[in-house]
Design a protein around this ligand. Structure first.
Ligand code: SAH
Ligand code: SF4
Ligand code: F3S
Length: 456
């Protein structure tokens, strides 16, 4: 009988990638995915520690799962294993089980390849009447990728490929260097092996992933160091991928050569996610970001020279300790000047163990909230304006999922905008699903576009 796995993903695309790999791993152990935690033999929460809210959500979810499980067992249902993985697990380790004894297993982003063994161990302990208290938060990355490379690849036409992990930058607000460990680039051969598999499976779009993906510096067996720019060039030449994307980049590692790729490689999509976090030199310095506002501006100018239509995206933090109204207005000015196609913005959240959390000039919550609202108003206005410029254009859209309405498909434009299209009947859905289709954009909203098929 097949066993069931319920897995919930919080946080960033690295976690989405890790979840896919865990599903692959457990499928070899006879586990099929279920969307009902009640039905599962193994429940995994793949968690995020980036902001307090994200981390606290995990504990409320554990509470809910505990109630479900107690009810189920009372009714004579089978017991299940509850595992907490990801970045909260890495940061808090066995503290999780102290706070929530119902948790059987805790493992970090660099140890999830041992999930099958850990699960067996937990089942064995339970069958002997012992409470399994497994904690595995080792941080060495290469062993993980070695064991994952034996696994299957996803069936979708758009796929993530992790090329780099971890971070050495230590921005003063951020937990990632502690939860994901130091910067690690996979070897050129390993990356190409995975790329080949995706290519053979007919993948059309690949997104190269890393916390600092443009810091990629994988070695080849010949001892040659590969940059991200050269990796993209090589993938464009040696594979059939129609679209290549990469995320997330740091301004410090945005080389002229990588900027040049945007003008040179057709498959490199006209979209760049390049977080600046704040618009004041004082604040980015206090954040330990290793770039200035002038250097960021220069990068944006250069990228736009290469690809004038490029869609720019970024991340912003408002209310970093010591941020004055004037500092915040510098962020607003920068945003108005750059004109983003899309962006993410957050209130600063003090995270345990990070230097900024110890500062005594923390900003009051209501001030952060006001600043966030002002910034988000402007960002959404810009996004809307960007979307409006798409109306009337013909764009290639990768139709990657079905929509809410019957006969509807949803995909992404080259600029990462979500595009909805009503293709008509079920035959047409089948015919266009997972295809890269030219489409005319007929209307725009703040968060998505509507398109129609161009009759051939
Ligand atoms: N490695 C990427 C992204 C890291 S996390 C980069 O350096 O750009 C994603 C985003 O979360 C960050 O860009 C930042 O905007 C936000 N973030 C990180 N720590 C935060 C904190 N303590 N409070 C609020 N936002 C935070
Ligand atoms: Fe965090 Fe900064 Fe590293 Fe990004 S570069 S992961 S924000 S420490
Ligand atoms: Fe969150 Fe970990 Fe990603 S803290 S943002 S899941 S790297």
């Amino acid at each position: 009988m097949t066993k069931k796995l319920y897995i919930k993903t919080y946080g960033c695309q690295m976690n989405v990638y890790d979840t896919e790999r865990m599903v692959d791993l457990m499928s070899y152990e006879g586990y099929a995915v279920t969307d009902q935690p009640d039905d599962a033999d193994l429940v995994v929460l793949n968690t995020c520690h980036i902001r307090e809210k994200a981390a606290e959500k995990v504990y409320s979810d554990i509470g809910r799962l505990r109630v479900l499980k107690t009810k189920k067992i009372k009714k004579g249902g089978k017991d299940s294993i509850l595992a907490v993985g990801g970045c909260v697990a890495q940061a808090e380790g066995s503290e999780i089980q102290r706070r929530a004894p119902v948790v059987d297993m805790v493992f970090g982003p660099q140890t999830y390849h041992r999930l099958p063994e850990m699960t067996k161990e937990a089942h064995k302990a339970k069958s002997e009447g012992i409470r399994p208290q497994i904690v595995d938060t080792d941080l060495s990355v290469s062993e993980k990728f070695d064991s994952l490379s034996k696994q299957a690849v996803s069936q979708k036409k758009t796929a993530f490929l992790t090329v780099q992990e971890g971070c050495d930058k230590f921005c003063t607000y951020c937990v990632v260097p502690y939860t994901r460990g130091g910067e690690f680039s996979r070897s050129f051969e390993d990356v190409m092996k995975d790329a080949k598999k995706l290519d053979d499976a007919g993948v059309l779009e690949v997104t190269l992933l890393g916390q600092n993906v443009n810091a990629y510096h994988g070695m080849s067996a010949q001892g040659v160091e590969w940059t991200l720019a050269n990796l993209i060039r090589h993938l464009a030449k040696e594979t059939n991928f129609k679209r290549i994307r990469y995320t997330t980049s740091h301004p410090q590692d945005m080389t002229d050569d990588l900027i040049a790729v945007h003008g040179e490689i057709e498959q490199c999509m006209p979209y760049l996610h390049l977080p600046v976090q704040a618009g004041s030199d004082k604040i980015v310095k206090a954040m330990n970001r290793h770039h200035t506002i002038a250097s960021y501006r220069k990068i944006i100018d250069d990228v736009r020279k290469m690809r004038s239509d490029i869609a720019l995206s970024g991340d912003f933090i408002v209310g970093f300790p010591g941020e004055t109204d004037a500092d915040f207005q510098e962020t607003m000015n920068l945003v108005r000047e750059i004109n983003y196609a899309q962006a993410y913005s957050f209130m600063y959240s003090a995270r345990p163990g990070t230097p900024a959390a110890d500062r005594d000039d923390q900003i009051e919550e209501h001030v952060k909230a006001e600043r966030l609202a002002e910034l988000q108003d402007e960002l959404i206005r810009q996004q809307r304006a960007f979307n409006d410029t798409s109306v009337g254009k013909i764009m290639a859209v990768l139709l990657e999922r079905t929509g809410k309405e019957a006969g509807q498909l949803v995909g992404r434009s080259p600029y990462m905008q979500a595009v909805h299209v009503n293709v008509g009947n079920r035959d047409m859905v089948e015919q266009n699903f997972d295809k890269l289709v030219d489409m005319k954009i007929i209307s725009a909203g703040p968060r998505s576009l509507k398109g129609e098929l161009i009759s051939k």
